[in-house]
Design a binder for this molecule. Structure first.
Ligand code: GLU
Length: 304
């Protein structure tokens, strides 16, 4: 595995440092674009690391997978009355599509969909209590109590969340947001601001490679059926409006975030995480996508 990782990562060195940092979130605009890290964790616990695999970064939209897992555990298929599970084919923060579809987001991995997830997680609690519950789930599946929220990123995002506020307000006008918009935004932005490294993210996603069962902790996190559904939604909707291109190039279910991280699940094999902050025009890590394409090619891991 270490050899697969090194061969693949060395083949894309020219891409590292290219692309555009997510400068619409002020606290992310300062990150050095030259970072590159990658980890692979197999279901039997073997870890391989490359480059900046232990450097913390903002997981951003990758957190939507944890929110979806918790919401499916809470309310199961009831979720699909409030959010669809179709690819959006539009930007992750598109307002136009939401209006045309009367406030029902296309899927849980675009911003509007994840705002609904935050609304469900809040369940009449304060954002603080809700966040501490989600964080303890993330710490639990990662088996790492040190994982936390980067408050500087969270505050920077909350104070500039004008577009997310408009999505949430529009959905509230369609009765698809129950709580106060400010509480939903605080919850959503804080979850995007969780800081993790590549190795921690591999551990946290292992249950999705093991049909909902974490083989290292020997613990069932979610049913096999729910795990398959989450993986299917990652495959079709995990990379914004470039989900089709990602599936074509990598052939594995995954989720990206504008912090430059991408986590990919190889069912019954393990998890791969890459991080490099320069993004392509669709908001996915440019070097990270290239590295995953190379890893999939060298390893021959795919679900197709
Ligand atoms: N916090 C970011 C936003 O709401 C998340 C975007 C992303 O990673 O897709 O714009």
């Amino acid at each position: 595995m270490q050899q697969i990782l090194e061969t693949a990562c060395k083949s894309i060195q020219d891409k590292i440092g290219t692309g555009q940092i997510a400068n619409y979130i002020p606290a992310l605009a300062r990150i050095n674009p030259k970072h590159f890290g990658a980890s692979i964790l197999s279901l039997d616990g073997e870890v391989s690391n490359y480059g900046d695999s232990k450097v913390l970064f903002s997981i951003q939209s990758i957190s939507k997978v944890f929110s979806l897992t918790l919401v499916l555990r809470m309310i199961g298929d009831e979720l699909w009355k409030r959010v669809h599970h179709e690819p959006s084919g539009n930007a992750f923060n598109s307002i136009v599509q939401l209006e045309m579809e009367r406030g029902i987001p296309r899927n849980p991995f675009i911003n509007a969909g994840a705002l609904v997830l935050s609304d469900i997680l809040l369940k009449n609690k304060s954002p603080e209590i809700c966040l501490s519950e989600v964080l303890s789930f993330i710490q639990d599946v990662s088996r790492d109590p040190s994982i936390g929220i980067d408050t500087e990123v969270a505050e920077s995002e909350i104070s500039t969340a004008h577009r997310n506020a408009s999505l949430a307000n529009f959905m509230k006008s369609c009765q698809n947001i129950e709580h106060e918009v400010a509480a939903v935004l605080e919850t959503y932005c804080s979850l995007c601001a969780v800081s993790m490294n590549c190795e921690q993210l591999c551990r946290a996603f292992l249950y999705l490679a093991g049909e909902g069962f974490d083989p290292i902790a020997k613990k069932r996190i979610i049913s096999p059926e729910m795990a398959r559904r989450i993986n299917s939604i990652m495959m079709l909707c995990g990379h914004y409006d470039a989900s089709g291109d990602f599936a074509y190039r990598v052939g594995l279910p995954g989720k990206s975030g504008v912090g430059g991280g991408i986590v990919v699940v190889v069912p019954e094999v393990g998890v791969i995480t890459v991080w490099s902050p320069g993004l392509n025009q669709n908001g996915n890590s440019l070097a990270g996508t290239a590295a995953l394409e190379a890893i999939a090619k060298v390893s021959n891991w795919n679900i197709l």
